[in-house]
Write a protein that binds this ligand. Sequence first.
Ligand code: ADP
Length: 927
Amino acid sequence: MINIRLPKLQLNHDNKLFWSLFSPVFGISIITCTFLILSRFNDLDDNLYQRTQHITEQVATTSEYAIVFSDQNMMYRILQNALSNQYISSVQLFNSEQKIIAELGSEFITQITGFPTASEIQKFPDHVVSISAVHYNNNALDGAFNPQADLFTPMSQQNLIGWVKIQADTAVVQIQKYQYASLVLLIFFAFNLCSGLIFLRITKQLIQPVKNIENTLSKLAKEQFSVAKLMRLPVEYHTLQKDLLFLTERLEHNKQEMTAGIEQATEDLRRSMDSMEEKSAQLHIANREATESNRLKSQFLANISHEVRTPLNAILGYTKTLQKGIKDPQHKLYIDTIEQSTNSLLAIIGDILDFSKIEAGKLSLESNHFNLRALIDDVYQTLSINLLTKEKQIDLVTEFDAQLPEWIIGDSTRVRQILTNLIGNAIKFTHQGSVKTKVSCQTQSDNKLTLLFQIIDTGIGIPEHKIDRLFKPFSQVDTSTTRQFGGTGLGLVISKKLVEQMQGKIEVSSDPSIGSTFRFSLCLQASGNLMNQKDSLDRHIILLEPNSTYRAHLTSYLHSIGVKTTRCSDIEQLISALKEKADTIDGIVLSLGPEETSVEETKELINYANQHFSIPCIVMIQPPRNITQNPELKALASEILLKPVSHDRLYKALQQIDQRVIQVDEDSDSTPIESDQPRQGLKILAVDDAPINLQLLSHWLQPHGIEVALAYSGQQALALASEQSFDLIFMDIQMPEMDGMETTQQLRQLKSYQNTPIIALTAHALGSEQQQILASGMNAYLTKPIAEEVLFHTIDEWCSNTKTFQQQVDATLVNIFDMQKALDIVDGKTEIAREMFTMLADSLNNEKKLIQHHLENQDTEKLIEVVHRIHGASKYTGTFNIARHAGFLETHLKELGMEDVEGVAEDFIHAIDDLLNHRDLITWPQE
Ligand code: ADP
């Protein structure tokens, strides 16, 4: 498109002023001239018409007698006289028959046909024709000349005797008009020229000072004060000039002051910049030192953990082995104490490690399906065995909301840890009464759940003024109780952090006269897993439970699984109920009282029920009593359950109650021995630089028919592996010269070891190291100290596993990363795909922190910005799970803002964590 620019007609001030003065004068003069010319032209025309008409009438009057007497001479004299007028060009005389009787002058231009009875004038562009009738006045005098005239006719009579026709030329009038118009125009031009010049001068005089002022102001704007001071204005502008000078001086002064101020500020700024730079450098150094010392701290904790767990592994392992053979109760007590102390030591190390992980922000949550009721039952079981003593007879009760889903998705290990801490504390600080755990569902939308846990005890309580220090690291309510109860003061801090990481809150209310209640909420997910949906049992049992609260609790559970109950509070009641309803009763569930005598009574009762009615009995015993202390009871009872009874175990026991009564006599004393058949002949290589650990391993494995080869270093392991073949390898991580991960990498290079299960034995518990272990090519890891059962379970699991290592890795990555997608996008160019992936993965840690920050500040716009950025990048790097969740979050934020965003954001962060935790497992193809 062609753009044509037309110059704009712009008037400056001078022109404007000039034209505003001159244009009215000019306009008026034009109007005046026009008026003068037109009126003069009119006058001249009128004058011509009047004169022509007047001459015509004069000729008509004077030619009356000439016509009457047909005096040609007279006629021509009259016509000559008329023609002598400068306007008249032709004259004609007509008789009464309209015939020309005399004419003079030029020929008539227009021929007129009609003759009027009086006079008439006709106008043409270049001439005028005037006609006038000639009448004869017949009066007395005429009689004298006319003897035939009747004396009785009236005295005066007019007779039409002819006409006079005169043609007048307008040429003379035209000349007069031109002359007049020229004169007027001349005057017009002269006048306008003069007034134009005058106005030009006035304009200049008025505009010049304004221009001067304008010029001065522009100089002022450019801060040319000296030039501005030189400005001179006419005397009329004296005040203005004075004010302008004053303004100039003020401005000059202000500018000087400002310049000085700016210079000073710049100098100050430069100085503070210097000091800031210095401070920033110092901070940078301090930060580096802090990061380094933090890294050293983590390293130190990992090392300590390794160093402490390694001997503990041996202590626990051998303690367990010794426990089996010892008969002397005194020695048994010593061994139990060693085991308990070792476990406490392990718990402390665990707490310290957790605390340091939380401090370093390295604690990441896992997600798995778990049965919450079973988990809580399990926690109670473990704690009651470990913490209840003979002197401490407290009721342990659990209460579940009926709406609570059986299966939950979340980090079961961490949920267990929180519950163990809180319930453990409650049992620890309660001497009598009860410890009750209530679980209810606070909110449920879709599959998101907020669960409320309450741990209510009737213990020593916490004074109100000391509640504040509960959640501070290493603090305990008072040091004397520390000595009495032990503990590191870390349990509640860790629990609080874990609860907060699961989007929950923890609070406590306590009264030393009543006890304490710890409440916390957790945001988890309901699982669609229905594995634990139990069938109704359709049984009728007699329940003997002296504690009414616990009896009611059990009854409600038994009803929920379809078991009818006849409730009794003592043995007498039970016997009479038994006699009464023996035919309809399927079994007895009875609680063993705390007194020693009650064991004997119970035995008799079981015998009685078995022998007389063939009714089996399930016995519930309260820790610290345990089954091993009552071998005879164990032989008689269909099942012995520890209180608080696990719902799962009670269900199983009731389910199998029919079979067990038959077996009672047959294998009452024997525990089923697991078959070693599948383990027979296995060849296992154990690699560890600590001989004590290797010894323990071979001590455990050899009795089961497993052939164990021991390697004390990575090199030795490689040498052994190249000579023989093994079904499974246990590999220590920290070893001098070649560590476990490097050894594994080299083993995986050997063809025959590409798919051999390699299990790490590690004391390291930091999440990042666990990922490194898996990335180095190991299949799984066991954390030291290793329990014998766990060891065998691992052997069984991995020796029956038919998956190759790559299949296992692929199965892990299948929901996280799609290599094909990542490569397709860049036409199969591995190097580019890898670079893009690394760029994204490297940025994710920081992006995650940003997301959390914006979430906390409820900053929707910035959050959308970050999520959008990740969404875009993740679409091209094969990280489809992140892309999917980023998409969900972005849409949610755009449509609903921050409303209910927590769950969606949490899923997105999980997806990021998943990728970061498994990125080392991704192996890129060779280009
Ligand atoms: P510790 O390992 O010492 O138990 P915690 O952080 O678990 O550390 O507890 C800190 C302190 O809080 C305890 O030492 C105890 O004084 C107090 N405390 C915790 N739970 C209870 C409770 N249920 N009743 C009374 N005091 C409690």
